[in-house]
Design a protein. Structure first.
Length: 256
């Protein structure tokens, strides 16, 4: 007989947006280790998504891949229908997909650049919320985990479009925590600092080293470091957390 202690997420259907690479891929594998059924959403990299699904299945878990641009409402609705048909309504939504943005100072950035960054982050979350919350309401229980960025609260020059978009995303998550609490749905935020993934690979080695040394823990952050917090928020141990923000920074939020 399966022990709930060893497979704390068994019976839960967990959908991770942008799970073909980086933090999303690590989260998909981590929740599969906990016994969850995992939906690996991807945009362009089907091969990478299938490789993640293979690892999910190696953990003894079930899952599926689904191609959908989460900024497009119809595609997200189609994904929700497909998941419901194959498994059930989603129990846990991990809003994680990453959208590249215009790197520029805010007084010089194009309006399109600023608008696009904000549009992508908010449309993705809005579309997923609209598609998956009704199923959670039917089950009278649900978890929404939003992946933000430390830059929303601790900005860096030229990253303002991303910081503004993530700050707005955090405000949406906080508001939804209040609105959805009475329906048994929690909404929490995971806030990583600079993490080594494809998205951050454009930064020079010298920058990465400087960031590492500036942290009290003096280590790089990897996707797996963020995945553990996501698995915790998906499980029953975090039942009374909502509107909470978990900072994953190696301590860098404590000092200049
Ligand atoms: N890396 C960091 O330093 C860092 C720090 C703080 C916060 N974060 C946040 O962590 C999250 C994950 O970032 P990451 O660094 O792991 O990114 P990543 O390695 O670049 O992976 C991006 C993922 O998003 C997917 N994606 C892109 N556009 C999409 C769309 N329109 N619809 C659905 N999926 C889409 C990609 O799918 P395909 O591969 O199929 O294209 C891929 O799976 C993001 O929310 C990011 O803002 C990252």
């Amino acid at each position: 007989m399966e022990q709930k202690g060893l497979r704390p997420l068994s019976g839960k259907v967990i959908l991770v947006t942008g799970a073909s690479r980086g933090i999303g891929a690590a989260a998909a594998k981590r929740v599969a280790q906990g016994g969850a059924t995992v939906v690996v959403n991807y945009h362009q990299n089907r091969e990478r998504a299938l490789a993640v699904l293979q690892e999910v299945e190696k953990e003894g878990g079930k899952g599926m891949v689904f191609q959908a641009d989460v900024t497009q409402r119809k595609q997200v609705e189609e994904m929700a229908r497909a998941v419901r048909e194959k498994f059930s309504a989603v129990d846990v939504l991990v809003n994680n997909a990453y959208f590249p943005f215009e790197v520029n100072s805010l007084h010089e950035i194009s309006w399109e650049g600023l608008e696009k960054a904000t549009h992508h982050e908010l449309a993705a979350f809005y579309n997923c919320a609209r598609a998956f919350i009704p199923g959670m309401m039917e089950k009278k229980k649900g978890r929404i985990i939003v992946v933000s960025s430390r830059l929303a609260q601790q900005p860096l020059p030229r990253m303002g479009a991303y910081a503004a978009a993530k700050a707005a995303l955090e405000a949406m998550a906080n508001t939804m925590a209040i609105e959805l609490g009475p329906s048994g749905i929690t909404v929490n935020v995971v806030t990583p600092a600079f993490t080594l993934t494809d998205a951050s690979a454009i930064m020079p080695e010298e920058f990465k080293e400087r960031v590492r040394k500036s942290r009290p823990l003096q280590k790089h952050l990897y996707p797996e470091d963020v995945a553990g917090a996501i698995a915790f928020l998906a499980g029953d141990e975090s039942d009374m957390l909502t509107g909470s923000h978990i900072l994953i920074t190696g301590g860098s939020h404590l000092q200049l």
